[in-house]
Design a protein around this ligand. Structure first.
Ligand code: SAM
Length: 202
């Protein structure tokens, strides 16, 4: 089913001078769960064009730090708290490149990663799983004990499996479908709080 790219959230983003309509998704999730606080250190995976970073920057303030990573260059954002890194989450040196910029651990890891779709269902699903695994590994390796994870997942067999894995690692798991997420999209956000820490999950 075709979707209207220029829906009300798109128009609102244009009107308000936001980088992307995605900003309203993280805003809604945060209004519900109240994750972000002044001074926090946040890692965002799949951050271009920077809509979430704009929102999170306001919430963590200049005493905080947000490192946004993407294949694409993110145009300038206020620094502090923003810092960007052009990198592929699937590349073997990406973890070391993150650590060279910001000392872990992070208070929270957020991922809005979306693979480029080929239209071939099996390929898209495999790419999406590979990306989710890489994001989880990179993120959880650098997340502090009791920290949080917000992660875009696509509904289907991958979600069930991922939910089960995360249940062993976090105190609480919730699924959120913000209003700004298109109804026609299978994306959903897994919101996990109370990270058990690296030792109990390896
Ligand atoms: C939905 S967009 C993120 C929107 C962003 N949260 C915002 O608010 O502006 C998904 C991003 O994932 C990025 N991405 C896809 N594959 C990637 C990879 N292998 N490594 C890093 N980023 C990737 C894309 O370049 C794209 O910018």
């Amino acid at each position: 089913m075709a979707f209207n790219r220029k829906d009300s959230y798109y128009k609102q983003a244009k009107r308000e001078g936001k980088r992307s309509r995605a900003i309203y998704k993280i805003e809604e999730i945060d209004q519900r769960f109240r994750f972000f606080k002044r001074g926090q250190k946040i890692l965002e995976l799949g951050a271009a064009p920077g809509g979430w970073m704009e929102y999170i920057a306001r919430r963590v303030g200049t005493s905080g730090h947000i490192l946004g990573l993407d294949l694409l260059t993110i145009s300038e954002l206020p620094s502090p708290p923003c810092q960007t890194l052009v990198a592929d989450i699937l590349a073997p040196d990406t973890g070391a490149r993150i650590d060279a910029l910001v000392n872990p651990p992070f208070d929270g890891v957020v991922s809005d990663l979306a693979p480029n779709l080929t239209g071939i269902k099996a390929t898209d699903q495999a790419n999406s799983i590979a990306m989710l695994e890489a994001a989880t590994e990179l993120g959880l390796e650098r997340l502090k004990k009791s920290g949080f994870l917000i992660c875009k997942v696509f509904q289907g067999s991958e979600l069930k499996q991922f939910q089960l894995q995360m249940k062993n690692r976090f105190q609480k798991i919730t699924l959120a479908k913000p209003k700004a997420s298109r109804k026609t999209s299978s994306e959903i956000y897994l919101v996990a709080t109370g990270y058990a820490g690296k030792t109990s999950c390896q």
